[in-house]
Ligand binder design. Structure first.
Ligand code: ATP
Ligand code: MG
Length: 764
């Protein structure tokens, strides 16, 4: 995976302010050199918005116009913020703060809380859902998982639109919002939730912004101090700013109008959380003197990918669509997007894994491939298929690189070796930085060749290999710039910087990510999967606006691809199931055979493919290790309706996905929290402890002894030995006496939860 701002790891630092402008086109240069007054950049995907604002900051700093410590760059995710800091450093402009709204606000709140309120800032709640369930119970409501998700979504929406519980029903009516249940009921649960938070002395994600706004509004002295620190503001992805974030921005700016915002209304994908592109589209009205710059050259994608993106937007409706800009690709022609229809989901996942394997075998790095889906629950079947195909993968949003146990251990070893320098026997005979790093990491499990198979050993190796590659890139970058070879101490300093920035080196694996979390990123090859009615648009998108947002989500997905783009769907969920699904309506008129001339252009000559089992080459039946071998389990039946099960996800649940679930919500949430703790301690992604499906199955079955637990698919001998005690205790409703979850205000705590911006779609 490549973050879009980071195409070369260590290019030479430009030797002057003017040299920073090289490599920008005329409009991008205009952005970079418009350092005074309000600036608004309206531009489509891949046109270099992020690149332009990063260069603008660097140019301003290098030209001595912007004091580095006086600039606050606000980005949408902490990852993007880390990227930007790294990029600014490479452009010779260190010291600029690049943060999410949430992280910036949290820092200010922590700092000023003792003065503004007294005492310590209350603990930050990591997940709302359990408290929302408790609040609902106080109001004598029992909500299932989906209802809880909806309720939480409404509470979040209210908070970012600064609506108090009593005003919720009126605010919903005014906004024309489709409340998922009786607004009076939601208002009561919301009030109970706020009370519970006060009772427990906790604050939630939105409170961080609300409280910061409150402090800045009520305390002019504190507002002045903050304004004294920051004079210039730059905001990326401004189309997804919420009213609350906008209010905070106004308070920070304090009417000075030293503001540069960039965005693309066609990529608004968080309006369900209260975000709105109106702030972007009305920027000129609010700031009549604003410089408005449009970028239309797409540097990211081939004309084939851009053609499809334009085709998709030409069917869009609504305010964002009125402002759409036709993208013009700057790249050479590439392959036509491939559309594939599969019989069922496992076949689709296998087809995608097989194609990814082929790309890797042909020399494409796995980290340059992504599989993007609508909801996180879709990941599991792709994880399985990639494992079967022997393709390494990483889940976005999983364990952060520098928090992994092996990386922390490697850091200690490297620091030790750097301290002892040439006296360290480990470094005997290792002349340059990469060989020194390889020598030190050999003691930690790194080997020149990857270990066979997948699983924890392989994951550990992949992490260490990423460090080796980083050392190689650092050495190469220096050599290319004609500088002195980097030392081990410099490498350790680089790692520390990156750890602070949470800027993980690219792990060599195919990225699995939701469309929401793929925003701003790019890959050579992108697979957009599960494109059926009901999934995209998702069933709960009912109003026209909600459906349009789903279309924009697909646009975001399409525009992540540099070169290869594959779009697929399957006609039924499981093998042998009724083929009752339809490809997404958004592909009508674009995919070949869907009845419009545009389809022929967008689809190219390739036409539609039919993916099937026969696809798997001459040995399609597979040997013992073939892709199908794992799925040859004995016949299993749904424990609710008795139907035979073949879908791997359903097999884990021991029921059809559509059959009623007898899930114990509270137990499920406790299990998830417990799993997060375990994963943190292990330094591994949560799914290594138990997958979502297995956890769900446990919360449904509520096993009361080891035998019952062992019968749940996904709980093998090893997991039983390791986790059986904890899980059975949780099922029995006992407290584990575990320590409190990591101090929420510590590094890597709530700051990072901005990644998914509380998206209800993300926690399904
Ligand atoms: P998104 O809307 O997806 O956030 P963006 O508008 O922010 O996209 P960038 O991510 O800044 O676009 O740039 C897209 C890609 O194009 C990056 O790989 C970037 O390095 C490259 N790029 C941008 N401008 C230029 C340019 N003038 N010359 C060469 N490459 C460029
Ligand atoms: Mg961008």
């Amino acid at each position: 995976m490549t973050a879009a701002t980071d195409s070369t790891l260590f290019p030479p630092v430009p030797d002057s302010a003017d040299a920073v402008l090289e490599g920008l086109d005329p409009e991008q240069r205009e952005v970079a050199t418009s350092l005074h007054g309000p600036v608004c950049v309206l531009a489509g995907a891949g046109t270099g918005k992020t690149r332009a604002i990063t260069h603008r900051i660097a140019y301003g700093v290098r030209a001595g116009v912007l004091p580095p410590a006086g600039v606050l760059a606000v980005t949408f995710t902490s990852r993007a913020a880390g990227e930007m800091r790294g990029r600014l450093r490479q452009l010779g402009a260190s010291g600029v703060q690049a943060r999410t709204f949430h992280a910036a606000a949290l820092r200010q709140l922590q700092f000023f809380w003792p003065r503004a309120v007294g005492g310590e800032l209350p603990r930050l709640l990591e997940r709302k859902v359990q408290l929302v369930a408790e609040a609902a119970a106080r109001c004598r409501l029992r909500l299932d998982r989906n209802e809880l998700r909806d309720m939480t979504g409404e509470i979040e929406w209210s908070k970012v639109t600064q609506t108090v519980p009593d005003d919720y029903p009126a605010a919903v009516a005014k906004a024309g919002r489709d409340a998922p249940r009786d607004p009076a009921e939601i208002s009561k649960v919301f009030a109970a939730y706020e009370q519970l938070k006060r009772d427990n002395s906790v604050i939630d994600f939105e409170d961080v912004l609300l409280l910061t706004v409150g402090v800045l509004q009520d305390r002019p002295d504190i507002a002045e101090t903050v304004r004294g620190q920051y004079q210039h503001f730059v905001v990326d992805e401004y189309q997804d700013v919420s009213p609350l974030q906008q209010r905070l921005l106004e308070l920070w700016d304090g009417g000075r109008e030293s503001l540069c915002v960039v965005g693309d209304a066609s990529q608004t994908i968080y309006s369900f959380t209260g975000a709105t592109p109106d702030h972007l589209l009305n920027f000129r009205t609010r700031h009549p003197d604003a410089t408005v710059i449009k970028l239309v050259r797409d540097y990211r994608s081939t004309p084939q990918v851009v053609g499809l993106a334009n085709g998709l937007l030409s069917q869009a409706r609504g305010r964002a669509a009125e402002h759409r800009l036709e993208l013009v690709s700057q790249r050479e022609a590439g392959p036509a997007p491939v559309y594939t229809e599969y019989a069922d989901e496992p076949t689709e996942a296998e087809g995608v894994a097989k194609r990814a394997r082929e790309l890797i075998d042909a020399g494409r790095p796995a980290s340059e491939i992504a599989v993007l889906y609508r909801i996180n629950a879709q990941s599991e079947i792709y994880e399985q298929a990639l494992v079967d195909a022997g393709v390494p993968y990483q889940l976005r949003g999983a364990e952060r690189f520098f928090e992994r146990a092996e990386i922390r251990e490697a850091g200690v070893a490297l620091r030790g070796a750097a301290r002892f320098g040439e006296n360290d026997s480990l470094l005997d005979g290792a002349a340059d930085l990469p060989s020194q790093v390889r020598a030190v990491l050999s003691g930690k499990g790194w080997t020149p060749e990857p270990p066979a198979g997948s699983g924890a050993v392989r994951d550990r190796w992949e992490s260490l290999a990423a460090l080796v590659r980083l050392a190689e890139a650092l050495a190469e970058g220096r050599a290319a710039a004609g500088g002195a070879p980097p030392t081990l101490a410099e490498f350790v300093a680089e790692l520390d910087e990156r750890a602070n920035a949470q800027h993980a080196p690219t792990v060599e694996g195919v990225t699995l990510a939701s469309l929401h979390s793929a925003k701003g990123l790019e890959w050579d090859a992108v697979f957009l999967v599960g494109l059926t009615e009901g999934m995209l648009p998702i069933t709960y998108a009912k109003t026209d606006e909600q459906v349009e947002e789903e279309r924009r989500l697909l646009y975001v997905g399409v525009t992540r691809a540099r070169e290869h783009l594959s779009l697929s769907w399957s006609l039924s969920r499981s093998p042998g199931g009724r083929p009752n699904r339809r490809p997404s309506r958004f592909l009508d008129g674009l995919r070949p055979g869907s009845g419009s001339p545009a389809a022929r252009t967008a689809g190219g000559a390739g036409g539609i493919q039919r993916g099937g089992r026969g696809d798997f080459g001459a040995g399609g039946q597979g040997g013992a290790s073939g892709p199908r071998a794992r799925k040859q389990r004995g016949p299993a039946q749904c424990r609710v309706c008795g139907r035979s099960l073949t879908d791997p996800g359903e097999l884990k649940l021991s029921r059809c996905e559509g059959c009623p679930s007898d899930l114990d919500e509270v137990l499920y949430e406790r299990l998830r929290d417990w799993r997060a703790d375990q994963a943190r301690q292990l330094g591994q992604p949560a799914y290594c402890v138990f997958t979502d499906k297995t956890l769900l199955a446990i919360a449904e079955a509520v096993p009361d002894d080891a035998g019952a637990l062992a019968r749940i698919p996904g709980v093998g001998r090893r997991k039983l030995d390791r986790y059986g005690g904890d899980v059975l205790a949780l099922c029995a409703g006992e407290e584990l006496g575990a320590e409190e979850p990591e101090d929420a205000s510590g590094p890597g705590g709530p700051v990072e939860s901005g990644e998914v911006a509380g998206s209800p779609a993300e926690d399904s």
